[in-house]
Design a protein. Structure first.
Length: 191
């Protein structure tokens, strides 16, 4: 698939096919992509914790908030949960990562997963203290993103909208997730 098709296919996924496992090696391969990306001052301040075992997955899952716009949905049910997690940190002892570096890392993980037929959900809604305790990490580590990884179970559809239209994502039936995206011409300020 060409790059534009990869980007269009790269939608947030919140329901996964739990029968297809994610291995630690799968996650290492995605993190390996991030090490090649640009970062401010070439600081390389991001650090990653990988989780792909059933017991720890369940603990991490309980400390993530899913889909704020879907008020009547508490997150994926058993059988639809991620097969693994990449947790993105920086370390106060080394120095804080630039926000741009965090975004580049998240997008790289997401595109890399999609290129392999997987999908991710990048979350900033989580219980940091509890997750650090699960992983045995100290106060020097700052949790920046939780990236859920798995094989997509739901279909995601992009709906073209205009600036000012409702941007809230929504469900149509059980397995179709709609994501409104503003059309390009409405994003341009110098038409």
């Amino acid at each position: 698939m060409d790059f534009k098709e990869l980007v269009k296919a790269n939608r947030t996924c919140r329901r996964y096919d739990e029968s297809k496992s994610i291995t630690r090696e799968d996650l290492v391969g995605l993190v390996d992509l991030v090490r090649y990306t640009p970062c401010g001052k070439n600081k390389q301040a991001l650090r990653f914790a990988l989780v792909a075992d059933e017991e720890t997955n369940a603990k991490i899952f309980e400390n993530i908030f899913w889909a704020g716009f879907l008020k009547d949905w508490d997150g994926p049910v058993e059988g639809e949960r991620p097969g693994g997690y990449i947790l993105v940190f920086d370390d106060n002892n080394y120095g804080r990562a630039m926000p741009e570096d965090v975004g580049i890392a998240g997008q790289t993980l997401s595109l890399g997963a999609r290129a392999e037929g997987k999908a991710v959900c990048i979350s900033k809604a989580f219980k940091e203290k509890e997750i650090k305790e699960i992983l045995g990490l100290g106060d020097n580590m700052n949790l920046l993103l939780v990236v859920s990884v798995g094989y997509p179970l739901e279909k995601v559809v992009i709906d073209d909208i205009h600036a000012g239209d409702d941007i809230k994502y929504y469900r149509d039936g059980d397995m179709v997730h709609h994501v409104p995206k503003i059309v390009t011409e409405d994003l341009l300020i110098n038409k």
